[in-house]
Write a protein that binds this ligand. Structure first.
Ligand code: ADP
Ligand code: TRP
Length: 321
């Protein structure tokens, strides 16, 4: 089985990215041939600062490795080191009906959130389809917000295959049970762009402050909270703590006599503990950035070995070769 996923270097990675995409990808690295890339071409649709792009790209590599991506098992690379993605994207765009892109939610959502309406942003699902099809990927671990893009990928593969003959394999999206959408501090989907995110590697003081700022209702500590499962701090605890601890916190809230301040302190402790080992690995990596750059260079060479022949196959099928 070949597994493929990407993540944009468009900001600092947060707990939603971790549970929605990074952790499932890391878990899958032992179950197949895994290819994970930093989608720097994609980041050009919303980030217009060259230095920041370079900086975030490296940070994503460091954070992914710190969280447990093993470069001996999974290939980690930077998308633009494999420029064949862009050629295939053009090839696919010529069989892509406009209506397919017009129906994509992410374009409208991003514009509503202040991203400029560029052709790149509109056409981005086509590049994403190329990213996936160029590796003959079977499985694509992503958060549920990316489901529509994997469907577009399947549609484009079929459209190309019908037009030029059997060329591409149809991929499947893959979600982790129970962690489809991680909510942010305001109860909406956690996102880099909504100022509601908890960073994976935030500083201790700042993160504590952020978690303590989660707004709760006005019930007194003594009151029992029969709707404990809906509490935002509880929902975050569900992601980062073992089930017994989660259950225990739910029971305490239901019973009454447990205040929100104590609950949020507990949330911070659990968060800090959860990423403790990763944080230590990250400190080591930050002192060894040459190693990180080498991982990306090796990854690009391996990825290109797969991407080039698939791109050639597409070129031949449509008569470019
Ligand atoms: P953001 O919304 O913060 O910009 P991206 O769109 O770059 O995040 O998402 C990167 C990856 O992380 C995708 O696979 C996406 O599905 C996943 N992801 C992002 N936010 C969440 C979330 N709140 N819950 C679950 N998965 C998420
Ligand atoms: N569009 C994805 C996101 O914003 C990132 C991405 C780009 C991707 N190409 C991909 C994910 C291919 C999976 C497969 O999160």
């Amino acid at each position: 089985m070949r597994i493929l996923s990407g993540i944009q270097p468009s900001g600092i990675l947060h707990v939603g990215n971790y549970f929605g995409m990074m952790r499932p990808s890391i878990e899958l690295q032992d179950q197949g041939e895994a290819y994970y890339f930093i989608a720097d071409y994609h980041s050009m649709t919303s980030l217009y600062d060259a230095d920041l792009r370079r900086d975030y790209t490296r940070r994503v590599a460091v954070d992914f490795l710190a969280c447990g991506l093993n470069p001996e098992r999974a290939v980690l690379f930077k998308q633009s080191d494999v420029p064949e993605h862009v050629e295939l994207s053009w090839i696919l765009s010529s069989v892509c009906p406009m209506g397919l892109l017009e129906r994509c939610h992410s374009y409208k959502d991003k514009i509503a959130n202040g991203v400029s309406a560029s052709h790149g942003l509109f056409a981005y699902p086509v590049l994403m389809a190329a990213d996936i099809l160029i590796y003959d990927a079977d499985s694509v671990p992503v958060g549920s917000d990316q489901k529509q893009h994997v469907e577009v990928t399947r549609d484009l593969a079929q459209k190309f295959n019908q037009t030029y003959g059997e060329t591409f394999k149809l991929p499947e999206p893959r979600f982790r049970d129970g962690a489809e959408t991680v909510l942010g501090l305001d109860g909406q989907k956690m996102s880099k762009s909504y100022n509601n995110a908890v960073e994976i590697f935030g500083e201790e003081k700042a993160t504590r402050k952020r978690l303590m700022s989660i707004v709760m209702d006005s019930r007194t500590p003594d009151e029992p909270k029969p709707d404990a499962e809906k509490n935002l701090a509880i929902q975050l605890i569900k992601h980062i703590a073992p089930t017994e601890i989660y259950q225990d916190e739910v029971e305490k809230l239901k019973a009454g006599g447990y205040g929100y301040g104590n609950l949020k302190k507990r949330l911070f402790e659990l968060y800090w503990e959860y990423f403790r080992d990763a944080r230590a690995r990250r400190d080591e990596l930050m002192n060894n950035l040459d190693y990180v750059d080498q991982v990306l260079a090796n990854g690009a060479a391996k990825a290109r070995e797969i991407a080039r022949p698939v791109n050639q196959r597409a070129r031949r099928a449509c008569g470019l070769d």
